[in-house]
Design a protein around this ligand. Sequence first.
Ligand code: AP5
Length: 215
Amino acid sequence: MILILLGPPGAGKGTQTAALVKNYQLTPISTGDIFRANLAANTPLGLEAKNYMSQGLLAPDDLVVRLVADRLSQPNPTKGYLLDGFPRTVFQAEALEKMLAEKNQKVGVCLLLDIPDNELMVRLTGRRVCRSCGSVWHLTFSPPPADLKCQCGGEIYQRDDDGEAAASNRLKVYQAQTQPVATWYQDRGLLRAVSASGTPEAVEKSISEALAGAF
Ligand code: AP5
């Protein structure tokens, strides 16, 4: 099963990934996490992505498509993949369709996390993340430890692209370049939408209802 998790920056894709991976035995592929890990390790890929990410712009399609194709070509012992943050353009959706067709596979569901814009800036600017293990907190909704030290020992920090300017740019980029991806999957009968406005637990419940019968 290939499950796509689609939604604007801050909708809660990363937050819902852990439960989805566990409940449906999927291997997660988060293009944003892959870029951040490469950035932290100063690899050529990380350095190439850095300028785009810090401005809230998308990395070039061909770069992202190569990266995902590489991940999908590796052995996978689980029941499928959860794609978080990919595809983000219609070009990427078409490329994914082609690479899956070569393996006789196809997307099962594109799950859209739907949430009003005014909630997104609050979620993005208040987010704090562990530099080491990637755990996520929110200053208001799930406050991090006061000393900003994660349980794993890592430093808790604010992502460069969660400042006001970059976050607001990311929302504009989402509307212009990623919203058409939802329509693309809707036209193919693969889109299921849930409200991402409630508590994380309420969103998880809505997701499991929306996915009933899909696995
Ligand atoms: P990426 O890392 O994918 O960022 P994003 O899509 O902008 O998503 P976020 O990680 O910001 O948000 P999220 O939905 O995961 O929210 P979260 O669960 O953390 O991409 C970063 C960059 O990489 C891109 O801008 C681009 O440059 C590049 N990139 C990546 N993929 C690419 C691609 N395919 N093509 C081109 N470029 C690409 O939650 C947010 C906050 O809200 C947290 O603090 C959390 O605690 C809180 N929260 C979550 N759910 C709830 C809830 N229900 N109630 C209250 N608070 C909540």
